[in-house]
Design a protein around this ligand. Structure first.
Ligand SMILES: C[S@@+](CC[C@H](N)C(=O)[O-])C[C@H]1O[C@@H](n2cnc3c(N)ncnc32)[C@H](O)[C@@H]1O
Length: 189
């Protein structure tokens, strides 16, 4: 199994935090791999929220969660992650954003800069102290390149007194490999 890629790095970085997490979010459920990762690596009482704008994505996610018997702890929401605060009022311990389009699905139903940034801003408001957020961005297609450019500008301007924002990328890969961002909410004072 390949372990050096953006998605695997996101999982490795998040995993230690999941052991004590009360509430975690998958902002882009897709085919459910990240939702399954969150559900399978958190305590039984942890609440997992997963969002997607495509019903097919949520159907795929639901089937995967049922197969691994972790569906009971997951709320699946057919809505944009830009509305995250309509659903979640409690502190978020970990959140995953895996941007782009549904693998094998319609490329036009890709994440978009404006709603992605809205969703990240809302999740930052909800993020618990020492909570972690990962964002995997895909500049390998035109829309993804535009999204990455706006996203990077937004993330680079986040107040460093409140959050640490890091970036991880492959350096020997051609064709615009994925970029992983990691955001941690600092302890105040
Ligand atoms: C790369 S896929 C996610 C992969 C997924 N996490 C997995 O493990 O299979 C990106 C997903 O984002 C979804 N998406 C696009 N715009 C969205 C939005 N505004 N809110 C929530 N999901 C969105 C797409 O429908 C697609 O399923």
């Amino acid at each position: 199994m390949q372990v050096v890629n953006a998605v695997m790095m996101a999982q490795r970085l998040l995993k230690p935090r999941l052991a004590t997490a009360g509430l975690v979010v998958d902002a882009t459920a897709g085919n459910g791999q990240d939702t399954l990762f969150l559900a399978a690596n958190t305590p039984a009482a942890t609440v997992v929220w997963a969002f997607d704008i495509q019903s097919q994505a949520l159907t795929n996610t639901k089937e995967l969660l049922a197969k691994y018997e972790v569906a009971a702890k997951v709320h699946l929401v057919l809505d944009s992650h830009a509305h995250i605060t309509r659903y979640i009022k409690q502190p978020v311990d970990a959140a995953m954003f895996n941007l782009g389009y549904l693998p094998g699905g319609d490329h036009k139903l890709s994440t978009l800069p404006q709603t992605t940034i809205q969703a990240i801003a809302q999740t930052l408001q909800l993020l618990n102290t020492e909570g972690l957020m990962t964002i995997a961005a895909y500049p390998g297609y035109e829309q993804g390149r535009l999204e990455l450019r706006e996203l990077h500008q937004y993330l680079a301007a986040i107040d460093q007194k409140k959050f640490s924002v890091a970036c991880w990328s492959m350096v020997n890969q051609t064709n615009f490999p994925p970029i992983l961002y990691l955001i941690e909410k600092k302890r105040s004072g």
